[in-house]
Design a protein around this ligand. Structure first.
Ligand SMILES: [Ca+2]
Ligand SMILES: [Ca+2]
Length: 307
């Protein structure tokens, strides 16, 4: 039985209330954390006792010997620093919810990640929901399992690259469980893939520097406050068309979501394969979209009520 695809554990969690007694025992076993049992028939459990390394939000658990052991303590710490970076990106920068608290599972209230040799099963990592949040029927806490080393021999690319992509993707599932773990798998997967790309963009060499230098070129301390026009955006009452390049690294797509929320009658068009200068890079499409928008939204003069 192979049920450890990325969201299969979520599906099993969803199905739990309807399982009969025997099946429920099996489900409990499959949803157990790697630290929960060395006798786990599906070999999810560690064979030896584990240690953990923790930072502000996350703990990474690993064993020091056997097939599940990472190549070094340094790699476990690298995993931890990538996870903290992903946390700062998804929760800090993009403002998504934190994963639901897991009580003190894993030894404390921090989010737990387990390193495990799962590359041989064809897996990069997975996150599993664990306990429903009291009073919030669609929310659950969870934990993640990542491959122990992302060895190039298993994943055919530099280990750090596989780690970053997987951490960004899988951790987003833990965040999704704090909103609605019953969501459609297509939605859960596509948004996790989208955020994986956003994290890659945000951490690409030079991207941050380029953004900073671009920002500084507009920066004048005397007029900075006046220049924050977005503060007034909620006052726009007309129909508004926002256009954005999907690959814009100067103002990443997240900014469009902020503008969409602020402007009551905003609509958004996103150009694929397009950077910051949508009107140049996608000139023909840009002209078509804006012309159609402008002809559709001719503001009609207000009429005096007849009386
Ligand atoms: Ca914990
Ligand atoms: Ca591995």
């Amino acid at each position: 039985m192979c049920i450890r695809d990325r969201l299969a554990l979520r599906d099993l969690f969803l199905a739990r209330p309807s399982l009969d007694e025997d099946d429920e025992t099996e489900a409990d076993r499959l949803l157990a954390r790697p630290t929960d049992g060395v006798s786990d028939p599906y070999r999810d459990g560690y064979a030896t006792s584990s240690v953990k390394t923790c930072a502000k939000h996350v703990c990474v658990h690993y064993v020091r010997s056997g097939a599940d052991a990472p190549p070094s303590t340094a790699w476990a710490k690298k995993t931890l620093s990538v996870m903290e970076r992903v946390w700062r990106h998804h929760v800090g920068k993009l403002d998504y919810r934190k994963p639901a608290r897991d009580g003190s599972r894993g030894g404390n209230k921090k989010f737990d990640v387990y390193l495990k040799e799962i590359g041989s099963d064809g897996l990069y990592g997975y996150c599993a929901p664990e306990n429903r949040v009291a009073g919030k029927p669609k929310q659950a806490s969870g934990f993640c399992v990542l491959d122990d080393d992302f060895a190039r021999s298993q994943f055919a690319r530099a280990p750090i690259e596989s780690l970053k992509v997987t951490a960004a993707h899988e951790f987003f599932h833990a965040i999704q469980f704090a909103y609605d773990y019953t969501e459609d798998p297509w939605f859960l997967e596509s948004t996790a893939t989208w955020i994986e790309e956003r994290f890659a963009d945000a951490t690409a060499p030079g991207a941050q520097e380029a953004m900073r230098s671009m920002g500084m070129s507009f920066w004048n301390p005397e007029t900075a406050e006046d220049g924050m026009l977005w503060r007034e955006a909620h006052r726009l009452r007309k129909h508004t068309l926002l256009t954005w390049g999907r690959e814009d690294r100067v103002n990443p797509l997240d900014g469009a979501m902020v503008a969409l929320k602020l402007i009551p009658k905003a609509q958004l068009h996103v150009f694929p394969n397009c950077g910051h200068w949508a009107q140049i890079e996608a000139a023909a499409e840009f002209a078509e979209i804006t012309t159609a928008f402008l002809s559709r939204h001719v503001e009609r003069p207000s009429r005096e009520p007849k009386g």
